[in-house]
Design a protein around this ligand. Structure first.
Ligand SMILES: NC(=O)c1ccc[n+]([C@@H]2O[C@H](COP(=O)([O-])OP(=O)(O)OC[C@H]3O[C@@H](n4cnc5c(N)ncnc54)[C@H](OP(=O)(O)O)[C@@H]3O)[C@@H](O)[C@H]2O)c1
Length: 212
């Protein structure tokens, strides 16, 4: 059966995104500060050849074990699930050929028709909760794995439902001091994980945990 996994970058103090981003104030100074912190969190991935190619950022980039890991993550993923806030940011920031190349189920209260992008990504807007979104994802995944792409709110819901099999975290040595914290709003019984793999690089520590 498809595995359900999280794969995200996290600041050293536990945040998935810094404080201060609003879609309405995209070009104001608060956002620029947000953007600088976001770049510090994501700098390691922008250096990788696979990521650069996927986002059409131009040639070049590193081709070592982190690049291999990114390719492996993309190849194993048959479906993405994300929250509406992550989608809202991406709708503005992703290239026309969105970088998923799979069906994407967006958890939201908004009713909206599917949004088809070139390159194999179609966004489906799901209004009836995380369990139903996962059922639809399993049907669409074709036996490949299901990535819970974020943000924090959506990951927390799946952790609380005990439905996450694997947690992959790029822990980046940057401090945010506030923002969207990953591990909060969790309740008992909490899932238990064991360490499966650690890939240590100067820019990030890549941690892989598997549910016990
Ligand atoms: N560090 C990383 O690797 C990484 C990865 C992904 C995202 N991010 C960042 O994370 C931030 C977004 O995270 P977030 O926690 O604020 O938000 P989020 O999880 O992306 O989205 C939350 C929103 O999704 C909708 N939603 C969630 N669950 C729902 C449900 N069960 N039923 C109906 N609607 C539901 C609601 O929006 P509506 O009520 O408006 O529909 C809710 O406000 C962004 O800044 C993004 O850039 C970081």
């Amino acid at each position: 059966m498809s595995k359900v996994f999280v794969n995200i970058a996290l600041s050293l103090d536990g945040y998935m995104a810094p404080e201060g981003m609003t879609m309405e104030h995209w070009d104001e100074p608060e956002f620029k500060n947000w953007g600088a912190k976001w770049s510090a969190l994501m700098g390691w991935i922008f250096d990788q050849q696979y990521f650069r190619h996927n986002l059409k950022l131009g040639p070049g980039g590193e081709t070592g074990p982190v690049n291999d890991m990114l390719r492996h993550t993309a190849e194993r993923t048959g479906v993405h699930i994300m929250g509406k806030r992550m989608f809202d940011g991406g709708e503005r920031g992703w290239p026309e050929e969105a970088p998923f190349h799979t069906p994407v189920f967006v958890l939201t209260h908004e009713k909206r028709e599917p949004w088809v992008r070139p390159g194999g990504t179609t966004f489906y807007f799901v209004n009836d909760g995380p369990e139903r979104a996962l059922e639809q994802a399993r049907e669409a995944a074709g036996g490949r794995d299901i990535r819970i792409a974020g943000g924090a709110d959506v990951i927390q819901q799946y952790l609380n439902l005990g439905l996450i099999d694997e947690l992959e975290i790029a822990l980046v040595p940057v401090l945010f001091g506030g923002g969207r914290r990953l591990f909060e709003n969790l309740h008992e019984p909490l899932p238990s994980f064991r360490i499966d793999k650690v890939l240590d690089t100067p820019k990030a520590t890549h941690l892989r945990y598997v549910r016990m």
